[in-house]
Design a protein around this ligand. Structure first.
Ligand code: AHG
Ligand code: MN
Ligand code: MN
Length: 367
């Protein structure tokens, strides 16, 4: 009989042996997501394997979603469902598919007691038999950047995991989700791009895994990811310029000024998929801003399943995340779909943007 570890070794053994047979090159060990999670399990204070299984379930759902994303142009899966989600935005078919895949994976995995999803107004209580001892709640944006699906631009999934607070007993309620970002036990995202990648943290650094389609496994490709302290890219929807707070207008002007020493002007890059913009800035250095605007005074992005998980990853990689004045991870949530302005990326760039906000837009600080 094979145990769990051996099971995860199988693709590696199989592929390494094949490679060896045909090339006679030395065997190169690569680490799959499943292996890595199990190896790192001991790092985790409550390590009994539940969190590992939860992460593994998310990895499996991500592969199913990636399969559909890559054939979206072929299958009759594009286009509006003709329904709107709780934010009043049009839902695409893939949003619905991704939501179902992640919910099903978490429901059958047995470690998740409730889910908060962008696509569902209320929390999803999981009361299956296998989940009766579950201790974790998950917040997720099952498909981020969905307006980019139809045009073959990268999209993503964002997730955030909390343990149930000890003082709560009985059925799950919204209280289970009203935890600050600092209390996350794990967070991550999947980017469905030119490759599919899964990046996650459990509070001990950030690691990235690229899907090898030939074996259907996420393999460790970006160990110990570090966000450069400075960058030369700013990402913001400049179409909203007239509606920006004065501090953001001044910061954008600063990015565009010429200064050799600080390598300005910076490049402007805005994909319109938060995951993709964040992922690029994580690797190259940069800042992403979605500020409050006259139209959306609290910003557009959602605290629980967009800002908190990416803020956790940014900080773990040496970056920073703020609402313009306060650390994102210390904001107290009061509702499932709460919005917040977001300034996230290289630490020196976020510091500079905050400085401009303090000087020119102190009146917009709303926390
Ligand atoms: P979602 O597709 O989950 O609704 O998220 C879209 C978000 C985010 O991904 C992106 O950065 C931002 O909306 C873009 O908004 P604008 O079009 O207003 O710039
Ligand atoms: Mn989103
Ligand atoms: Mn979404």
């Amino acid at each position: 009989m094979i145990d769990e570890t051996n099971f995860y070794e199988l693709p590696y053994i199989f592929v390494s042996n094949l490679t060896h047979m045909f090339t006679h090159k030395p065997l190169r060990r690569f680490i799959t997501l499943g292996q890595f999670i199990i190896e790192r399990q001991a790092d985790f204070p409550f390590a009994k394997g539940e969190l590992s299984r939860l992460l593994r379930d998310i990895g499996i759902a991500a592969k199913l979603v990636n399969r559909e994303v890559t054939k979206a142009g072929l299958a009759d899966i594009l286009g509006d469902m003709g329904e709107t989600n709780v934010q009043g935005e049009d839902q695409k078919k893939l949003d619905v598919y991704a939501n179902e895949q992640f919910i099903n994976a978490l429901r059958s995995g047995g470690e998740c007691m409730a889910i908060a999803s962008e696509e569902n107004e209320d929390l999803i209580d999981i009361d299956s038999v296998v989940s009766k001892d579950a201790k974790y709640v998950v917040c997720m944006d099952p498909l981020d950047g969905s307006s980019n699906i139809d045009v073959n631009v990268s999209i993503g999934t964002i997730f955030s995991i909390y343990r149930r607070p000890e003082h709560l007993t009985g059925p799950t309620s919204i209280e289970d989700f009203m935890q600050k970002g600092v209390d996350q036990v794990a967070a991550g995202y999947v980017i469905y791009g030119s490759s599919a990648m899964l990046v996650y943290t459990t509070g001990k650094g950030v690691n990235g895994f690229t899907l090898d389609p030939s074996i259907g496994e996420f393999c460790l490709s970006h160990p110990d990811m570090v966000m450069p302290k400075d960058g030369a890219i700013y990402s913001i929807n400049e179409g909203n310029h007239l509606h920006f707070p004065e501090g953001v207008k001044k910061y954008v002007k600063y990015c565009q000024e010429i200064d050799k020493e600080t390598k300005r002007p910076y490049s402007s890059r805005y994909i319109g998929s938060l995951v993709a913009d964040f992922h690029r800035n994580l690797i190259k250095g940069g800042i992403y801003i979605y500020p409050s605007t006259l139209k959306s005074p609290k910003g557009k992005l959602r605290l629980l399943y967009e800002c908190n998980p990416l803020a956790f990853i940014a900080e773990q990689a040496g970056g920073k995340a703020s609402d313009g004045f306060n650390r994102i991870l210390e904001l107290q949530p009061t509702s499932l779909h709460q919005r917040t302005p977001l300034y996230i990326g290289s630490v020196n760039m976020v510091d500079k943007a905050e400085e401009m906000m303090r000087i020119y837009s102190a009146e917009t600080a709303n926390h």
